[in-house]
Every structure is written in C-alpha cells, then in structure tokens.
Design a protein around this ligand. Structure first.
Ligand code: NAD
Ligand code: MG
Length: 386
C-alpha cells in the first residue's frame, strides 16, 4: 500500500490520479490533497478518499471548506504554508505534483526536501529551476518520475538502455487546436476556438500552451533537466494523431518509442507504481483502426513559442523562468479576452529580451526572476489591452 499526496487534486491530472486510486484501492492510500479554490470538488474528494489533511491555496475557499467538512476528521490548512505542510506529510511516500504553473514550485520542492518521490505532471517548476530540483532530489535520495506523456514515453524508451548510447530525444507534438490555421488568421482566433484540442482533454492553460506550441517549448526544457541532455540533442516532430508519445534515437540509429491511445491514466499509473504496470481496463490501441500515422516539421514562423523554449535554454540561467512567467501572464490575459492570440508570443519574446539572466543558485533567484517577468509581462499586456 503506497501512501500518496496529490497537489492539484481537483484538476485534470488530479482527478485522473484519483481515478487510478479508485481502480486500485489495495495499492494506494490518499493521505493529503490540495487545490486552488474549488472547495466543492475538494469536499467531495475528502468524503470519498478520507485524507488526513488537505490545503487550499485560497484562504476564503479554505474557510468555506471548513464549513462544508465540519464534523469530518480532516485537517484543513490554507495558503502556501498549508500547501507545503500537506506536501511534506510524514506518512506520504509519493507526491503527485499536478498544480498548474509556477505556483507548484515551492510545494514540490518541499516534498522533495521531505524525501518524497515525485510523480511530476507540473512541468513549469522544472522549467523554472530544473537543475536545482534534480540536485535536491539527488541529495535527498528521491526520484522524479515523469507524468507528462512525452517524457513518460522517453522514460519508458530508456529503460534497459544506457543514456550514453542516446543520440537524440524526439518529442512528438499534436500541434494543438490551430495547427492548420493560416498565419494571417491567427490574430483573430478566440479563446473558445484555441481551447478545442483535438486529442487531449486538459486544463485551460496547457490547452492554450498546446495551441501556441509553448507547451512543446516548455517540454524541451523539461526534457533537458529530466534526462540531463543538452537541448541540441532534443528534437520536436509534429504527429497529429498522438499515438507515438515520443521517441529515443540511439547511436546505432535504432529508434525506440512508446505508443498508446491518448489517455493520461497510462503515464500517471506508470509514475505512481513504477516499475510495476497496473492492469488498466482501458481500450487497447488498434493500429488497423488508426490506419496511418503522419509526421511533419513544426512551423516556427506561425508558432514562434517553440523556438523561444530552445532559446531560453541556450541563454540559460533564469531565462527559462522568465519565459515561463511571461507565458503564464499572457495566456491568462488571452483567456480573459484582453489580448490577441498572436500577442502571446510577442509578450514572451519582449519579456525575454528585457530580462538580464542570472545563474539559478537558489530557489529564491528563480522566484525573483518569476516575479520580475510577471510584472514586465503584465505591463506589456496593459499596453496592448483592448
Ligand atoms: P488544471 O487547471 O486542470 O488543474 C490545476 C490544479 O491546480 C487544480 O487542482 C487547481 O485547483 C490547482 N491550482 C491552480 N492554481 C493554483 C495555485 N495558485 N495554487 C495551488 N493550486 C492551484 O491543470 P491540469 O491540466 O491538470 O495540469 C496540471 C499540470 O500538469 C500542468 O503543469 C500541466 O502542464 C501538466 N500536464 C497536464 C496534462 C493534462 O493532460 N492535463 C498533461 C501533461 C502535463
Ligand atoms: Mg505533454
């Protein structure tokens, strides 16, 4: 029986993780849950999974949750301190990190520092401070298991092989909701249109990131730190069907990959129960039904964010953190109807141009770059505001 904490339990990854727990009640015990401000969903989860402690980022939501849960034996905490406490619960062995955005950095680091293995869905902290997170994981003797489907595919394709034999990693990308929209029409795309992802049902932020290809830019940075490989050996391939979840090319030109229908429960369960594979009662991939798989190169002209991901790594230091923060601000402004779709990449690029990167010698340095870039991007949003 593995005791787990889920950070971001009310989100897309969080609820899929609880689906796995429900399917395998003898394998997992939920000891802690956290959420942003959705007290109604967290109440239902508390009643169903009976965690010892929960935390909400939003204090008002936590107060509402205390009313909803009066009479239940659960400790209800709030704010960043509360998230840290739940992430560090002594009885937890594994923490599913599934908060969206940079807000997950401090709680995920707290989990690492209290010697929890990490199942990492929340990619933004790896972008902000990947080197530091890996060093902390190493010094505390814990592992970071990828949940992101591409990184899980690479992780699985590396099993039984040696990293020194790897020639390159190839991340596949669906291309998102707008892959076939002509350049001149991109500026008029609405949030509703950009949220129509062809293959995956995910939270709003990552769905917009898929449409801009920033998601792939973030994933290049994530792969750089997860697998300790230089960005010059990471390639991206557009693969509309999302069946091949990524590939590893070895020095002898063999390629090994992991395939499956797009369902996050497969990589989630692998990260939760590694090295065991849980018998998931899901539809099998029928390749005759899929018929053909297609591939093409990414279009950097229409989708400049992927290139920004590479550039942030080449510049190094706090540049990826600044890029990530600017993206979070720009995506939120786009979702609120404040800026155009094409403004997102402009805002990230201008923020990166204005940023003076420093070495990420501590989490505070990464957080300071994050704060600076949010302010900068916010001022750019206001200058553009419609
Ligand atoms: P989501 O928006 O559906 O859920 C986010 C969760 O984080 C919710 O529980 C929310 O309450 C909580 N949260 C939001 N803001 C918070 C804050 N400031 N402080 C504390 N908690 C907060 O997002 P998601 O789609 O589940 O994605 C979660 C993470 O996993 C993201 O980093 C995303 O890039 C990554 N990821 C998601 C998928 C997917 O299929 N959804 C796939 C790969 C990677
Ligand atoms: Mg992914």
């Amino acid at each position: 029986m593995k005791s787990i904490v889920i950070l971001g339990s009310t989100g897309s990854i969080g609820t899929s993780t609880l689906d796995i727990v429900e399917r395998f009640p003898d394998e997992f015990r939920v000891v802690g849950l956290t959420a942003g401000n959705n007290d109604a969903t967290l109440e239902a989860q508390v009643r169903r999974f009976k965690p010892r402690a929960v935390a909400m980022a939003n204090e008002l939501a936590a107060a509402r949750l205390r009313q909803r849960c009066s009479g239940l034996s659960v400790e209800i905490l709030s704010g960043q301190e509360g998230l840290i406490q739940v992430a560090s619960l002594p009885e937890a062995e594994l923490v599913m990190s599934a908060i969206v955005g940079g807000a997950g950095l401090v709680p995920t680091l707290a989990a690492i520092r209290s010697k929890k293995h990490i199942a990492l869905a929340n990619k933004e902290p790896m972008v902000m401070a990947g080197k530091l997170m890996q060093e902390e994981a190493k010094s505390h003797g814990v592992r970071i298991f990828p949940v992101d489907s591409e990184h899980s595919a690479i992780f699985q394709s590396l099993e039984g092989h040696r990293i020194k034999d790897v020639r390159r990693l190839i991340l596949t990308a669906s291309g998102g909701a707008l892959w076939d929209i002509p350049k001149e029409q991109l500026q008029d795309v609405t949030p509703e249109r950009a949220l129509q992802h062809p293959n995956w049902k995910m939270g709003a932020k990552i769905t917009i990131d898929s449409a801009t290809l920033m998601n792939k830019g973030l994933e290049v940075v994530e792969a750089r730190w997860l697998f300790d490989i230089s960005e010059s050996r990471i390639d991206v391939l557009i693969h509309r069907e999302s069946i091949i979840h990524s590939l590893v090319e070895y020095e002898d030109r063999s390629m090994i990959s992991q395939l499956g229908l797009p369902d996050m429960r497969t990589p989630i369960s692998y990260a939760m129960r590694y090295p065991d594979r849980l018998p998931l009662d899901l539809p099998s991939l029928d390749l005759t039904e899929v018929g053909k798989l297609t591939f093409c190169k990414p279009d950097h002209d229409r989708f400049p964010c992927l290139g920004l991901g590479y550039e942030s790594l080449r510049i190094g230091g706090t540049m990826p953190a600044a890029m990530n923060a600017a993206n979070e601000i720009a995506v939120e402004a786009f979702l609120q109807g404040g800026i155009r779709f094409t403004d997102i990449s402009d805002i990230i690029q201008s923020t990166m141009q204005a940023h003076s990167p420093r070495d990420v010698t501590s989490v505070d340095v990464a957080l300071e770059a994050d704060r600076w870039a949010r302010e900068k991007a916010d001022s750019l949003v206001h200058a553009l505001a419609r």
